[in-house]
Design a binder for this molecule. Sequence first.
Ligand SMILES: C[S@@+](CC[C@H](N)C(=O)[O-])C[C@H]1O[C@@H](n2cnc3c(N)ncnc32)[C@H](O)[C@@H]1O
Length: 219
Amino acid sequence: MIEAGTTGLRTWTAAFFLAQYLLQNPDIVLQKRVLELGSGIGFTGIVVGTVQVLSQAQGSPLPKLWLTDVDETVLSVCRRNVDLSCNLSSLHGNIQVARIDWFDALNETSAYNMSFVIREQMDPELIIGSDIVFDPSLIKPLLSTLKLAITDSNRTALFALTMRNETTMSMFLSSAQSMGFMVEELAHLAGSTGTEEFLLPNVAEDMSRVKLLKLYWKS
Ligand SMILES: C[S@@+](CC[C@H](N)C(=O)[O-])C[C@H]1O[C@@H](n2cnc3c(N)ncnc32)[C@H](O)[C@@H]1O
């Protein structure tokens, strides 16, 4: 679970869940600039990149797709995975893997820099994340980062979160609401009740604990 001091060196169930949801609803990511927070070694982001490559009109560039994490080892594995020739993400041409530490959003100077990077360079229309609320201490930094990224009602976040601890999840929901986010729980996947229907086999073991949340600003 934790290797080399990070949880990012494996792919968690929520990542498969979110990937499955996006495969079933590709319009969510098509032609969208996407930022993934806490991407780990890149599974969900690579699926997003793949969906975008498969829909690419000949000759037209794809929108920017940023896979971000705090851990340098995780980021280097992620970069390698994105570029593997067996992954269509290697043909995307506009995927960037970069370091973002959510705690930077809490400090005035680093938040200023972070805000520049997220708003000016990345300019995401969709922010995604899977299994990124696993410790109460991450909630405020994560939501503060999200607040820098979601600047208007045209931008949304889609998080797949595994519920390990009810207190942590309710703390996340109440913090999000008190920071001004609207939070909507999306319906569970059509295939999540029967493992045989699941597009990504062998990962359906605890899908019922995964919550799919949409966060946005009220217009
Ligand atoms: C449980 S893993 C999830 C990885 C991947 N999204 C998945 O679902 O397989 C949590 C990820 O959040 C990242 N993370 C933890 N604290 C962070 C922080 N302060 N800033 C950015 N990423 C962070 C970790 O490095 C790790 O990759």
